[in-house]
Each structure stands twice: as C-alpha cells, then as structure tokens.
Design a protein around this ligand. Structure first.
Ligand code: FAD
Length: 485
C-alpha cells in the first residue's frame, strides 16, 4: 500500500531474523497497527554474529524462504530490503537514509543473537531510536518458567508440567492485510548476489523432492499433518519409513511458522485421540525446553553440561568420522540415516538418535563433531535443539539418556524398520536382501548375499566396528569418569 500522505510519523523498520513469516509475527503486527510507513529488512550478518553464517543446507533453505517472504510482502504492497553487514552499521545507515525513528524485532534466545541484540538495543536507544522487541519464537519466554526454588529447569518432565499448568500460549495473531510503504525505498542487495544456493555441484537438487521452504508451505504442511497424520502420531512417530511426523522443524527453525500457531491448531480436535495430541505437544515443548537450557547455559553447544565428561577419552579416528558422514559404517540403519541427510538435508528423529549414539559410543568420537556436522547439513539445524539433543545422547546433557544406554543399531533397525523399507530407500545396494538380514548383512550366508548381489567390503562396507566389542570399549572409557564430580 502506497503512503497516501496520511502517515506523517516517521517509518518503522521491521528487522526480520529467524521469523520469516507474516502470520503471528508480533513485531510486524504491532508495526502494522500504527498505520505508519514500514520498511521490512533482512540483514545477512557476518560470521559468528546473530543468525550468520548458517550451515550450507540451511543457506539453501534461507534463499527460498526469503524469496517467499519477498513475494508475500509484495502481496501486501510492500517490499523486503536486503542488506549485508554488522546489524549496528546496517541499521544506522538505514535509519539515516529513511528517517526511521523506530525498529521492531522479535527476540532471539541463542547466545550469538543475544550478544548482538542486547548492546544494539542500547546503541540505538542512545542515538534516539525507539527499539521494541517482541516474543513469539517460543511457546513461552525462557525466563518465564522456574522451578519451585526459583532456578531454571534441568529436567524435562517438571518443565512440561509447569508449561501445561501455566495455561495456553497466547492466541496467534493474524497476518496484516496491508502495509504502508515509504514514499522512497532504500536500496537493497539482490538475493542472487548473496550466493546462498550451491552452484557446482548442486548437491541440494534433491532437497526439493521433499521440501518446499516458505511460510505458505509451512501453513499447508501444518493443516495436512493435523488432518492426516496426527491421529496415530504416538506410534507412527518412531517409524522412519512412515510419513508419521509433522516435518515442521525446518519451518520452525527459520520462523516460517510460530509454535503458538501449531499449538492452537491442535486444540479441540474431536476426532483425534488425546494421547496423540499430547505426545505431539510434548515434542513441540522439547523445542522450548532446549531453548530454556540454551538460554540459561549459553555454552551448551560447546561445553559438556555435566563437566565430568570433560575428562572422557575420545579416541575415535578421523577416518571413522569420515565413514560415518558418508553413510559407510556397515550398519544399515546408521548408513540410511546419514545418506538421508545428504539427499534430503534431514534425518528421522529415531535415526538421529541411533546415528548419534553410534558416533559417540561405538566410534568414541566427541559429540561436538557430530553436532557441527548436523549443523552444516540439516535444513532444520537449530542452535538449541541440536546442541541439547547431542548432549542428551552423549549423556552429558540435562536430563540426558544415561551413557550406559547404548543403542544397538541392529536391534533398533529391526524394531523400528522391521521390513527394511527405510534402509532400502537410502541404501539401495541392500534392496534385494530379505528383511531378516537387511539390518545385519554381515550375518547373511554367502548364498543370500550372492542372490542379493551384495559383496561385503565391495558393494557395501563391512562393519566399521563390532558393536558388542565397541560397547564394552565405550563402557570401559565411561567407567573412568563415572564417579567423577
Ligand atoms: P515432530 O515429531 O513432528 O515434532 C514436532 C516439533 O517438535 C518438531 O518440528 C520440533 O520443532 C520439535 N521437536 C521434536 N522432537 C524434538 C527434540 N527431540 N528436541 C527438540 N525439539 C523437538 N531438531 C531440530 O529442530 N533441529 C536440530 O538441529 C535437531 N538436531 C537433533 C540432533 C540429534 C542428535 C537428535 C537426536 C535430535 C535432533 N533434533 C533437532 C530433534 C528432532 O530430531 C527433530 O526436531 C525432528 O526430527 C523434526 O521432525 P518433525 O518436525 O517431523 O518432528
């Protein structure tokens, strides 16, 4: 909508970050309500600042997400200004160019984001700019819930109970119908000049087989999930071959949909069993819990929460790490997961746990290497959920799975992918093995391997380690730190 001369007040800059949506966007909604000129901006922040740089898979997502946001803003008669640089310089320049007097943003809760936003708020305020920050990225602000003794939570179940008892999250806000544009727009980078997409080779070309980034797709996905998949979620969520989960995580990671919108979409569903709704909400609340942990333990992605793990003897080799990243460990469920990650930038949650356990406990490789690999390769890479989950598997985190609970990749595969459908999708060289051996090809008789065209060590790797021996080795390493601190 063009400025019709009625909006005499100075413009408001909306700084989009990991909230690339119009729906339930508190910062945008409040700005739109004022009737003032609005200048939507996305800043590509330099390395180690705020949201930048993203991993390679998420950079692909960002390109498409920004394209979608730009289109949606055009639909409201507005635009999206793209700028690169340190947010304090970029915003000061924009304020000088446009005469804006106010900046709105939705709060971020990761330490890199906070390290940018807190001083920036003061800098802008002392230069006479009004800064308003808003909630909405989580169901509840990470400072809101506290234990009876006033400390942050470290155990999930009481956190969940407190969240449930604290009432429904706020009703999501509708998207604005129109935004008032300034009479003159400031200059913008082109998205193409940011080169977010991989070029040669285009390793992300298979991502679009399963993903459509952007707010519109996120809302459609939510509706389809609630209608078709939420019933039965409790059981099907653990089956990697089933379309049993919401697949909303990359949309949430980029803020294309709000958790409140998701929560409220699961209310008053008469035909959906309550246990499915509650199980799903509990997963959504793991995201809030992860942010609660990160907010109160900013070193979560870098340091063991339980410091006794600092003395753990990680003895795994770089070669073993490479085999793991390439899905060449000889354990089909692990390899299928790691190859799903290459092909689609994602991995089913159950398989993430198995693959992470294998790296940490079978290969004795520091969880931080796995965390960094996932950060670069997942389209849903999230500073809180990724770090909290890796520490959960390692046993070093809050409310973590105990170290001695070591996943057996064969039994896990047989339990959750009994027919080997998931394995065969991503490890096609095992396609013709009977289900009985698909998770343990190394135990198949030669005649069966021959008939399936499998030659271990040639068409498919022999196991990198013997799981039973690796388990003993891991427990021996753990026994050295078990009684410390
Ligand atoms: P659904 O089952 O539909 O769950 C709904 C939403 O709940 C998800 O979109 C997600 O936002 C949240 N959620 C579900 N499980 C978890 C969990 N365990 N922790 C935190 N939030 C959860 N999730 C990420 O979003 N980003 C990550 O970087 C990430 N890294 C992980 C690393 C490891 C080693 C493990 C074991 C898990 C990780 N997860 C991560 C959690 C989980 O695997 C994904 O959130 C889930 O697979 C996303 O699929 P979905 O959207 O279909 O989930």
């Amino acid at each position: 909508m063009k400025n019709n001369g009625l909006s005499h007040e100075k413009p408001i800059i909306i700084w989009f970050r990991k909230d690339l949506r119009l729906d339930d966007n508190h910062a945008l909604h409040a700005a739109a309500q004022t009737g003032r000129d609005i200048i939507p901006v996305y800043i590509r922040e330099p390395s180690r600042l705020g949201t930048g740089p993203l991993g390679a898979a998420q950079a692909w997502w960002l390109h498409h997400s920004l394209t979608g946001l730009e289109k949606a803003l055009k639909g409201l008669g507005s635009r999206l200004i793209l700028r690169s640089g340190k947010p304090d310089s970029v915003l000061s320049e924009l304020i000088a160019e446009t005469g804006a007097s106010t900046v709105h943003w939705n709060r971020r809760y990761d330490p890199d984001g906070i390290a940018v936003d807190s001083p920036l708020k003061d800098t802008l305020a002392s230069a006479g700019t009004t800064v308003k920050s808003f909630a909405g990225q989580l169901l509840h602000e990470p400072t809101r819930l506290k234990t009876g003794s006033g400390t942050p939570y470290r155990v999930y179940t009481p956190f969940w109970r407190a969240l449930e008892a604290s009432g429904e999250p706020d009703q999501p806000l509708d998207r604005p119908d129109a935004l008032v544009s300034p009479t003159k727009w400031p200059g913008s980078d082109t998205l193409a000049s940011w080169a977010l997409l991989p070029a040669a080779p285009d390793w992300a070309k298979t991502f679009s087989d399963v993903w459509t980034p952007g707010e519109e797709a996120a809302l459609e996905r939510l509706e389809a999930f609630v209608e078709d998949c939420l019933s039965g979620y409790k059981v099907r969520r653990d089956l990697p071959a089933a379309d049993g989960t919401s697949r909303l995580s990359p949309h949430l990671a980029m803020g294309e949909i709000s958790p409140a919108r998701i929560w409220h979409a699961t209310r008053n569903l008469r035909d959906t069993p309550t246990e499915d709704v509650v199980t799903f909400r509990k997963e959504l609340v793991w995201r809030d819990f992860s942010y609660h942990l990160l907010f109160h333990n900013p070193d979560l992605p870098r340091e063991n929460l339980n410091r006794k793990y600092d003395a753990f003897a990680w003895s795994g080799t770089g070669d073993a790490f490479k085999h793991w990243t390439k899905g060449q460990t000889g354990y089909p469920i692990v390899d299928a997961g790691m190859r799903q990650l290459w092909r689609h930038g994602t991995m089913h949650n159950r398989v993430r746990m198995i693959a992470a356990s294998f790296l940490i406990k079978d290969l004795l490789i520091d969880w931080r290497r796995g965390e960094a690999w996932f950060r670069d390769t997942l389209v849903d890479a999230d500073p809180a959920s990724n770090a909290a989950s890796w520490q959960w598997v390692a046993g070093s985190g809050a409310d973590a799975s105990p170290f001695f609970r070591i996943f057996n990749p064969v039994l896990q595969g047989e339990k959750f992918d009994p027919d080997g459908v998931y394995v065969k999708t991503f490890v096609p060289e095992l396609r013709d093995l009977p289900a009985k051996f698909v998770h343990r090809p190394f135990e198949a008789p030669p005649s069966i391997l021959d008939a399936a065209g499998v030659t271990l060590g040639e068409t498919y790797p022999k196991p990198l380690v013997d799981h039973a021996k690796a388990r003993d080795r891991a427990l021996a390493a753990y026994s050295k730190i078990k009684d410390a601190g």
